[in-house]
Design a protein around this ligand. Structure first.
Ligand SMILES: Nc1ncnc2c1ncn2[C@@H]1O[C@H](COP(=O)(O)OP(=O)(O)OP(=O)(O)O)[C@@H](O)[C@H]1O
Ligand SMILES: [Zn+2]
Ligand SMILES: [Zn+2]
Length: 801
């Protein structure tokens, strides 16, 4: 009798290891690693889900093992590589292995779903298949199914005669769409048309539509434009057409872009591609850091390296920040590799994501483009992993497991013996420092493609009399340049690093600001709702007309939002067409892509937006970039404030003058002498790197020190603080004198969701005992005496608030 090692879905420290279960004889062939099973867990008869990690011939346990109750999946949902990765990830991120396993699953398999068996096309007439399906087109798999039947299913699946499909319950219906078709031919349709009464205009139009599209039928109802449902129904009654159900193929790439071919590489591009290809050819897991100025053509380097990997029979994975997953970027990749590409991002429905996942898993798609979680794509034999805009904070997940996609990519590259390419115009200090030490290979791309010059950048001091005298936030110089760019028929991008109409309300009489009663953060005015809203917990309340504190009427908005700037632009340049892109205009699915397309088609002159417009966009007609308030990111309470400011300004400046016309950038600031702003204006990453490294060294920050942030939370503030001190004492025991321990301090937003948060920060260089100590602390917080507390451990936090 074989034994399965199962990680159960009980996220506690005590259960954070595999448990042994007997595989009943009837399931002997069915159970394989990577499948989910149902088992009884604990003393009570509690049914839980678990992942089969391993199968052994014998057990190390002397007593009687409980048997596996039933299998949940009839095929493995995780590859052996993913199983191995989960153990490493759990350790690396101080998470439970079960959380890591769940994270790697496509979301459809975490939701409520049904499993169906369908025949593989060539085997529709196979006798065994027919008898299994009982003559039906598909068969639902239920928990009541007999083991014999499961074995037969498994047998047929291994022979590739049937396939198993997952369908999310509430989406199952969406898979079927109504469509129209007809049994009449062209001649018969023309006859019908001639028989119509002269006033039957709608029917006339419908018949014409059928005649024109005869070869495309059946056509989904939704795609029949300008013809009402009633018209279709009437036609159906008259025998003109039939309404049928069709299965909608959920494919996220709707427009097939034009096929593109290799560009002739520049010297710098060629040198980069050669180095990467050499590693691909020799199966070396090297890490390259491409430090390439904006517009230096990094994407072409990625594409030609991917091509090499494919040519060698490998697959390739390309990660981009969620916000850069625009049709522009996706088209560049699909334009080159067509159907071989699968795209994964959060805008997909569960069904779409499942379809893409399946195409990757069965080898149909060999190139994956996706945001952070695509790093878990079940690709086999990876030949190259690319991380574009490698400095982006969004590659780190904010909740458990707090993994960094870069680290996961490096782990996978070792398994697959393939290179990793990190690319950015503004690399993270960590990566750049690693390249300095020779851990990564540094590749410079210092010139823009075709010798296009970098944009000319002007810094505007907003403290100057001329600028402070203007009503509003747009300096005379920026106004003038916007006017002239538009007059020349060119386009401009205006960046404002804020959200909402005005960020918060303040009384100019007593200084009172309106705050969230739960969260201790300022409430934000939302014009669409005409309400004040909390960005953390969603609390909202009406806009006050008098100060709740001193009853003065001088309470008003403070700060500026994109809607306000849009209003100002409309006043100053009434002839300019402005497109606004921020959280409010992009929350609907697909709206982000629509705005970018409209701007690309020159349906607007100015693209105004928050930091989401700063990266990756490539519009040849944009010659002017304006930054309204460069200082916002400088004032965030985080040691990375300068780095973030430099990155943002360099990236957004890089949107100007990417093609034949020269670019011009105007940065408005109250801190014109700050090095982050000055270096960004020269696109001088190397100088910024030197200065910032010096300051990090002075104050013992990353990359000179490692950082771990541990936070505790409790409903009672006193309890949270007490726990913070307990945490500190625990850590002190394990750490040497060289480590730096900060806190406990309340976090800036100390009352998120009605809980008080206290945090302790450890800065260290070499502390061999720290890792185990943190695991022990996690273990201790599971004790009954610690009920009501939550603890979070964040290795190398991306922001500290
Ligand atoms: N070898 C080449 N010949 C001609 N045009 C090229 C070549 N390589 C790239 N380009 C074009 O140059 C432009 C800029 O390239 P790309 O967008 O890849 O730059 P990038 O390095 O990714 O910049 P950013 O960091 O700003 O996103 C694109 O329009 C691209 O099509
Ligand atoms: Zn709140
Ligand atoms: Zn007041």
């Amino acid at each position: 009798m074989s034994v399965a090692e199962v990680v159960v879905d009980v996220p506690t420290m005590q259960t954070n290891r595999p448990f042994e279960y007997a595989i009943p004889n009837s399931l002997e062939d069915v159970v394989v690693p990577g499948m989910r099973v149902e088992v009884f867990f604990g003393r009570g008869k509690r049914k839980v889900q678990g992942f089969v990690m391993k199968i052994n011939e014998t057990s190390s346990f002397s007593g009687k093992l409980k048997p596996i109750n039933r299998v949940i999946d009839l095929r493995p949902v995780l590859t052996p590589e993913m199983l191995k990765l989960s153990s490493w990830l759990a350790d690396e991120t101080y998470s439970f292995e079960i959380s890591c396993l769940q994270t790697m699953l496509p979301s459809v398999m975490r939701a409520k779903y049904k499993q169906f068996i369908e025949p593989v096309e060539e085997f529709v007439d196979d006798q065994e298949v027919i008898s299994l399906l009982d003559g039906n087109p598909s068969l639902e798999i239920t928990p009541q199914m007999s083991d014999e039947k499961l074995q037969l299913i498994n047998h047929l699946r291994r022979q590739n005669k049937i396939k198993i499909e997952y369908v999310v319950e509430n989406q199952a219906r969406q898979l079927k769409r109504q469509a129209i078709t007809t049994e009449l031919n062209t001649i018969q349709l023309h006859e019908q048309k001639n028989n119509l009464r002269s006033n039957a205009k709608a029917q006339f139009k419908l018949i014409n539509f059928l005649i024109d599209n005869l070869d495309k039928l059946p056509i989904e109802m939704g795609e029949v434009e300008g013809i009402s449902r009633a018209t279709i129904k009437t036609a159906e009654k008259n025998g003109l057409l039939k309404i049928v159900e069709v299965t909608k193929r959920r494919k996220p790439i709707e427009i097939t872009p034009e096929q593109t071919t290799k560009l002739n590489l520049t010297e710098e591009q060629k040198s980069a591609v050669d180095q990467i290809n050499d590693s691909i050819d020799n199966s070396k897991s090297d890490t390259f850091l491409i430090e390439g100025v904006t517009g230096s053509g990094k994407t072409e380097v990625y594409l030609q390296s991917i091509e090499r990997a494919l040519k060698q029979g490998h697959s390739a994975l390309m990660l981009v920040p969620e916000i850069s997953l625009t049709p522009q970027m996706v088209n560049r990749v699909t334009g080159r590799f067509g159907d071989k590409v699968a795209v994964l991002h959060s805008g997909l429905s569960n069904g779409e994501r499942y379809d893409e996942w399946t195409r990757i898993e069965n080898g149909e798609a060999q190139v994956v483009v996706g945001a952070r979680s695509a790093v878990f794509a079940p690709l086999k034999d990876i030949g190259l992993i690319i991380i574009d805009e490698e400095h982006e904070a969004s590659y780190k997940q904010d909740d458990n497991p707090r993994y960094h996609a870069r680290n996961v990519a490096l782990w996978r590259a070792k398994q697959h013996k393939c290179p990793v390419v990190l690319g950015s115009a503004t690399p993270s200090l960590e990566s750049r420092a690693r390249a300095q030490k020779g851990v990564y290979h540094l590749i410079y791309m210092k010139k823009r493609v075709n010798e296009h010059p970098l944009p000319h950048v002007q810094i505007i001091d907003m403290r100057d009399a001329e600028n402070s005298a203007v009503k509003g936030d747009i300096s005379p110089l920026l106004q003038d340049n916007l006017y002239r760019a538009i007059k020349r028929g060119e386009q401009a991008i205006v960046l404002l690093n804020r959200r909402g109409y005005s960020s918060f309300m303040m009384c100019r009489e007593c200084g009172f600001t309106l705050k969230c009663p739960n969260c201790d953060v300022s409430l934000t005015y939302h014009k669409d709702l005409a309400k004040m809203k909390c960005h953390y917990c969603g609390h909202d309340e009406p806009v006050p007309s008098i100060c709740p504190n001193c009853k003065s009427k001088k309470i008003g908005f403070y700060g500026t939002g994109t809607q306000n700037i849009e209003h100002q632009l409309n006043e100053i340049l009434p002839q300019a067409r402005v497109l606004r892109m921020d959280v409010d205009t992009t929350h609907k699915k697909g709206s982000h892509a629509k705005i970018i397309k409209a701007f690309g088609d020159h349906k607007a002159d100015i693209l105004l937006g928050t930091q989401m417009i700063a990266k990756g966009l490539d519009f040849p007609n944009v010659t002017l970039v304006g930054v309204i308030n460069a200082d916002t990111t400088l004032s965030i309470a985080d040691y990375r404030a300068s780095e973030r400011t430099f990155q943002l300004l360099t990236q957004v400046s890089g949107r100007a003058g990417r093609a034949d016309k020269e670019g011009h950038v105007i940065i408005q600031t109250f801190n014109p002498d700050h090095y982050a702003i000055k270096d960004a204006s020269k696109q001088d990453y190397e100088n910024f790197y030197k200065q910032e490294m010096y300051l990090r060294h002075q104050s013992n920050y990353t990359p000179y020190y490692f950082t771990t942030l541990i936070s505790v939370a409790h409903k009672d503030e006193g309890q949270a603080l007490k726990q913070g001190y307990w945490l500190k004492r625990q850590l002190q025991e394990a750490l040497s004198d060289h480590a730096i321990l900060l806190g406990p301090t309340p976090t800036m937003i100390s009352r998120k969701q009605n809980k008080y948060y206290y945090q302790v920060i450890v800065k260290y260089k070499h502390e061999p005992k720290l890792h185990q100590k943190l695991l022990d602390i996690l273990n201790d917080t599971q004790a009954d005496t610690k009920k009501g507390f939550t603890i979070a451990i964040d290795n190398e936090p991306q922001h500290i608030d």
